[in-house]
Design a protein around this ligand. Structure first.
Ligand SMILES: C[S@@+](CC[C@H](N)C(=O)[O-])C[C@H]1O[C@@H](n2cnc3c(N)ncnc32)[C@H](O)[C@@H]1O
Length: 223
């Protein structure tokens, strides 16, 4: 059995941070214009291939879920941390949020029109990413759109303290080319690979990779 103790540590840490997360957020800083444009593009791509439910996986307190809802998507949030899900439900009572893990999503095969993971794969050890991408591929319908965002780099960071609270959180930066390679191995057709240079308040570049699950018999379907 693979070691999944990191999930307990991540869950417990975000439970501790959940009530402070939205207070610490400044959407003008935390969602620069390029990121806003990428969310709009993702929403348009989902609608262009027929819509369908969209999961915001690792949604935290739901602020990006709400943005996607505002862009006209039929979106719901999933997060490992019950504290985050409670915060999201309290803040956005009109939206649906569920507790769950991206390693085993409680969703039927081929049911989603889109899946966003906004800075949530950053907590998955690199050797477990193939499992996560296989799970994303399983739940997306053919033509379904995937958008991943993450900090770019080679480092792994560990924090015992965040915002004055005791936590145990591991962060894994990613190289977009590695993410692209793993997505292709999982059967995705990669459509965009973008690196945004850091804003003055940020320590690292930010990456965004977009991909879609090929249509049966389509040009992108794995041979
Ligand atoms: C850095 S926060 C990002 C929150 C939000 N998506 C955003 O962009 O602000 C990472 C979130 O991913 C969640 N998360 C981490 N590992 C997860 C997993 N295996 N499955 C689902 N959610 C996970 C955490 O609980 C946390 O809420």
């Amino acid at each position: 059995m693979p070691d999944s103790s990191f999930l307990d540590a991540t869950r417990g840490s975000y439970d501790v941070l959940a009530s402070s997360y939205l207070d610490r957020l400044d959407p003008d800083l935390d969602l620069p214009p390029l990121s806003q444009a990428l969310h709009r593009t993702f929403a348009e791509l989902v609608k262009a291939q027929g819509g369908g439910p969209v999961a915001d996986v690792g949604c935290g307190p739901g602020w990006v879920t709400d943005i996607l809802h505002g862009l006209g998507l039929d979106v719901f949030g999933i997060d490992l941390s019950p504290g985050m899900v409670a915060e999201a439900r309290r803040t956005y009572p009109g939206l649906r949020f569920e507790v769950g893990s991206m390693l085993s999503l409680d969703l039927e095969d081929a049911t989603l029109g889109g899946l966003l993971a906004s800075y949530s794969i950053i907590h998955i050890p690199r050797d477990r990413l193939p499992e996560v991408f296989a799970e994303f591929h399983r739940v997306l319908a053919p033509g379904g759109q995937l958008m991943l965002t993450f900090q770019v780099g080679d480092e792994s960071l560990h924090f015992d303290e965040a915002w004055g609270k005791s936590v145990s959180l591991d962060f894994y930066r990613q190289q977009p080319s590695d993410v692209v390679g793993l997505l292709r191995e999982a059967g995705f057709e990669v459509t965009a690979e973008i690196v945004r240079h850091p804003e003055p308040t940020e320590k690292s570049p930010h990456g965004c990779v977009m991909a879609r699950k090929p249509l049966p018999g389509g040009p992108g379907e794995a041979a």
